[in-house]
Ligand binder design. Structure first.
Ligand SMILES: [Zn+2]
Length: 109
């Protein structure tokens, strides 16, 4: 079994002990009492994954979500552009991308 963790979305973990918890915090994993844990752009992903691998004793992978439609992309390279095949091949991919980007910018204002 491989545990898949999507970037920028909350996930739950069993209680793994204070030690593991602190290591995760130091690796920049976000934590919320209600929502659980989250990997963000500030997370040292390599480190967080190796902590989780040894703590959970199972394979852990980052699952990426498409930048445009939020559907999971699977085992894509962490640093590669985040678009799913459907969006990459869409005729209006560029305008979808720009629209999404604009909506993210608007949220920051
Ligand atoms: Zn997509």
């Amino acid at each position: 079994m491989t545990k898949k963790i999507a970037l920028n979305s909350w996930f739950k973990l069993p209680w793994l002990g204070a030690d593991v918890f602190q290591q995760l915090m130091r690796a920049g994993v976000k934590h919320d009492k209600q929502l659980g844990f989250k990997f963000t752009s500030a997370t040292d992903k390599q480190r967080a994954i190796s902590i989780l691998r040894s703590a959970l004793n199972e394979e852990v992978e980052i699952e990426k979500a498409c930048f445009i439609c939020d559907s999971p992309i699977g085992e894509a390279d962490i640093e590669s552009p985040t678009l799913c095949d459907r969006c990459i091949n869409a005729d209006n991919a560029y305008s979808l991308y720009v629209l999404k980007f604009q909506s993210l910018l608007d949220k920051l204002k």
